[in-house]
Design a protein around this ligand. Structure first.
Ligand code: FAD
Ligand code: NAD
Length: 437
């Protein structure tokens, strides 16, 4: 039996960060990973998708160069396979960084199983930890329909090196939209089938609708209120919408309808329980029902984002007691981003809206399609949320995140803060000023 201060199961952004922090605090740490270090985020999530989004952005910049008086003389060849190969290179480089981060951690390669008495078994090794962190992540949720075997998960799609002519995407959530945005940029026909009345059900409905409009202009087709019932071997997707049955012909079908936790064996033996959604049940310190055993990241289902997993490690390792608002960004073309509260979240919230077209930087760069909504509490004019759709929306809401965490008032944001001109952050200030006027 090998003794450790901390055993971490899973080497994704939650697990590797926790292991590295604990090791830097002088704790003897073991990390167990059954696949590749870096987890979903690095190997089949954030990083490869953002590499493809970046390629799509370059392509779009070339295609829209004419408006700036730039003529691209000759044909533009967009090699999708080359973009995938580039992503593999980026992933390998970043994995080296993760390995370097874990230099003081004992790494075990294999599938970990929990046992009683704070024991973890991996292969022939029996490890005992004063504390254990479960950071085993999530996997694509299956769709229980006929022909589900003819659909690709996000993991499988990211391994494709060619894009066929027609792609159907089941699920208008974050993954489905990021993929659809890339596929459309490469000039392929792409149809998104979404079960709900609007894409991105968790996002402010007005912002989501605008994103749908912008993506439609870039060629993405949408079918809303669509209940997919079957996929045929020839990749025809049959669905019901408004009481009628219809079909989308395609050459490749991607299914992105949410994610489920990856649960290690032995949870019951270790005294760890699940919540009603099937994720590991944790308290506000991410401790499970078994004292000394924690669960962070996707596996607890609180917020399935890489930076949320990382923020949770800071609580478990005692670096902070609580963390602030967690921003989320959909890396479509254009981006869509949200932080804090939406007006629909509570009574007494109001939003000040500013179109990108009112901003000099947006006009200068030709990216004037967009909108920012600044959400504030009517009673004391405190900033509590921000949603945006448009170029660099993800960067734009970073400032709003600080404003929310610091409980800025509209007055402080509009009058005491100075934004560089011309810059997109002037949108935030303009939204605050408009609310005060
Ligand atoms: P994971 O990253 O899933 O890591 C868990 C690790 O545990 C895996 O490596 C797994 O092999 C290992 N493991 C599981 N069980 C065992 C076991 N029994 N023994 C040993 N090892 C085990 N988030 C963002 O914030 N931004 C994005 O842009 C973004 N893009 C995404 C794009 C896609 C296509 C997908 C699928 C996800 C994306 N996400 C994004 C979500 C992000 O990837 C996850 O929120 C994040 O990876 C969760 O981190 P984690 O550490 O909890 O789990
Ligand atoms: P999601 O929950 O974002 O979206 C799933 C979508 O599928 C929803 O809109 C849902 O209404 C729809 N849906 C469900 N069943 C359906 C059906 N039968 N037919 C048609 N539509 C159906 O899930 P996802 O897109 O799979 O992504 C999973 C998680 O991964 C996200 O919640 C997010 O936390 C994370 N992620 C984050 C990023 C990012 O931060 N940029 C990128 C990708 C993934």
């Amino acid at each position: 039996m090998q003794q450790y201060g901390l055993i971490v199961i899973g080497g994704g952004p939650g697990g590797y960060e926790a292991a590295a922090i604990a090791a830097s605090q002088g704790v003897k740490v073991a990390l167990i990973e059954k696949d590749l270090l870096g987890g979903t985020c690095l190997n089949r999530g954030c990083v490869p998708t953002k590499c493809l989004c970046a390629a799509a952005e370059r392509l779009h910049a070339i295609q829209s160069a004419a408006g700036f008086g730039i003529t691209v003389d000759g044909s533009v060849i967009a090699d999708y396979g080359a973009a995938v190969s580039r992503a593999v290179g980026v992933i390998d480089t970043l994995r080296t960084d993760v390995e370097a981060l874990l230099k003081d951690v004992d790494i075990f390669h294999g599938e970990a199983r929990l046992s009683s008495g704070h024991t973890v078994v991996v292969g022939a090794n029996f490890l005992k930890g004063r504390q254990i962190i479960i950071a085993t992540g999530s996997k694509p949720a299956p769709l229980p329909i006929d022909g589900a075997e003819y659909t690709l998960t996000s993991d499988e799609f990211l391994m494709c090196r060619e894009l066929p002519g027609r792609v159907a995407v089941i699920g208008g959530g974050v993954i489905g939209l990021e993929f659809a945005s890339v596929i459309a940029a490469y000039g392929r026909e792409v149809t998104v089938l979404e079960f709900c009345p609007e894409i991105l059900p968790g996002i402010d409905a007005e912002i989501a609708k605008r994103l749908r409009t912008y993506l439609s202009r870039r060629g993405v087709k949408f079918v809303l209120n669509a209940r997919v019932t079957a996929v045929s071997e020839s990749r025809t997707v049959t669905y019901e919408a408004k009481g009628k049955t219809a079909a989308v012909e395609s050459d490749l079908v991607i299914c992105a309808v949410g994610r489920r936790p990856v649960l290690p064996e032995g949870l019951a033996e270790a005294g760890v329980t699940l919540n009603e959604r099937g994720f590991i049940s944790v308290d506000d310190r991410y401790e499970t029902a078994s004292p000394g055993i924690f669960a962070i990241g996707d596996v607890n289902g609180r917020c399935m984002l890489a930076h949320a997993a990382t923020a949770q490690t800071r609580v478990v390792t005692g670096q902070t007691a609580v963390f602030g608002a967690v921003p989320s960004v959909v890396f479509t073309l254009p981006e869509c981003a949200s932080v804090g509260m939406k007006t629909a979240d509570a009574e007494g919230l109001k939003a000040s809206k500013i179109p990108y077209s009112a901003n000099a930087k947006a006009q200068a760069s030709g990216d004037d399609a967009g909108m920012l909504k600044l959400v504030y509490r009517e009673s004391d004019l405190t900033v509590v949320g921000c949603q945006a759709v448009g170029a660099h929306a993800g960067d734009l809401i970073a400032e709003a995140t600080i404003a929310i965490d610091s409980a800025y008032t509209l007055r402080r944001l509009a009058l005491d803060t100075v934004s560089a001109h011309p810059g997109l952050s002037e949108l935030l200030q303009a939204a605050a000023a408009a609310a005060l006027s």
